[in-house]
Ligand binder design. Sequence first.
Ligand code: HEM
Length: 510
Amino acid sequence: MWFCEGICGTLSNILLIIAVILALHYVYLLSNRNYWINRGVFSPNSGALFGNLPGQVNGKRHIMYELDELYKKYKSSHAYIGIFNFRSPRFLVFDPEVAKDILVKYFKNFQGTELYGKIDEKSDPLLGGHMFVHIGEKWKNTRQSISPAFTNLRIKATHPIYVNVYEKMKNFIKNEGTKKNFSGFDAKDLCARFTLSVVSNSIYNVDPKVFDGSESEILARAQSFLTPSKKFMIFSILYSIYPFLTKYFKMTFTQPGSEKFFLNLMMDSMRQREASGIKNLDYLEYLIGLKHRKEIDDLGIASHGASFLIDGYDTSSNAIAAALYELARNKKIQSKLREEIKSKMPNDEDFTYDNIMALDYLDQIWHETLRCHNPGSYLARLCTDPITLNLPKEKKVHFIPGDVVYIPVQSIFKDPEYFNNPLKFSPERFAPENGGVKAFMDRGVFFPFGLGPRICIGNRFALAQGKFGIAALIRDFEVSLNPKTVEDSEIHPQAIIVGVTNCFLEFKEI
Ligand code: HEM
């Protein structure tokens, strides 16, 4: 009896302690719910645990849809609102003028991205060396040392690589398309093979062999790089609930083994190029130059190489896949583009970098694709220096380091106030007679590559790669949707780079 009483007593003590901990935790979760209200910022009701973005935790909805729902609900009455991602306050901007000011005018105060201070540079030197995770001098130095790799001259010099890779893709399409069990090309997969080949040839001078049916380790490594591990997801959630944890624990994003793989790949490529005595104007040559000028150590070079590979392949492949999807379901637009290509570049030798870049209608299609299917779902800026901003309606809002601003680019790009009939794929909205892309950029409502000092460093490379891929395919094939395609499919909840999903294409040679 006394024994049972003892156990019951201990059990009830344990239960009491658990209940107290849970109650204290609940109080902690709610303790900052006036964070925005105290600063005079409207803040809609939010759930105690998940805040305003519950899809982040239950994994049911991509954050882009959650931000869009808030945008549609509050944009007509507010220029910005204060929300919570779990317990972490987020300042959600609707007004493009405010967004532009934060990205450009007040960059000094809002320098960081959401990843700043969270990545463990020791255990994850590949992502740790990426400019995206840094601020201040470190960011500036990395950006300055990489920027010259993206001059027009160097990008133009990559053209022969596109031609070479495209020939392989064309044969792949023709061969696969005639197989008995063929049921359409997964648009994203096909375009990823193209851009990965281009980028891998440009940085490592290595053909990843993605069009010959063999397993490609580079492709697998690149894909796993963009698939957040469970550990990373758990850390992200914990940081949102307990932001102070970033001071004690940093995250490793890169999958085990990647560091060694990309380091060896980079070093082997540099050794082979130097031994060959070949001089080229490609990115490999540029990275070799950096090494010789001793501006950066081997791991730093490997990090540059890997980040170029990752940044360069997935964003662009999503954009090309989205363009093909729209062209396949808008056959008139496809024919009009083909006419432009054939009339301006009737022969193979006319298919040059300069001629492709001069195609007006292709340019409109490219921008309309980035408007309808931008690979980025939102922009985030971390306040790094305190500032009080004068916001619309004479309001002053004070920001402190650690505050994060969200800019819902997808919602702004599809807002009927700025774009007529926004859900319609209509390249003509960017036609020169309508003011071109510039008209929308000047209004601050279209910035597919971001704005300000952190604007995409690879935008010209993306343009060259994307336009080449689209123009070459449309010149040679009529592109259609395979019936397996699920039009307007939802984006996967955990996708980092967003694009069309469940899109399967068929190609008929012309
Ligand atoms: C269609 C293709 C692409 C799109 C839509 C795109 C979009 C963007 C955007 C919106 C940003 C700014 C992020 C921010 O402000 O927080 C960015 C940054 C960046 N992009 Fe791209 N990008 C594309 C292709 C590329 C390519 C091909 C490369 C390199 C080969 C690249 C490298 C980078 C880098 C390194 C940054 C970070 C810049 C910094 O933090 O200073 N991107 N990109």
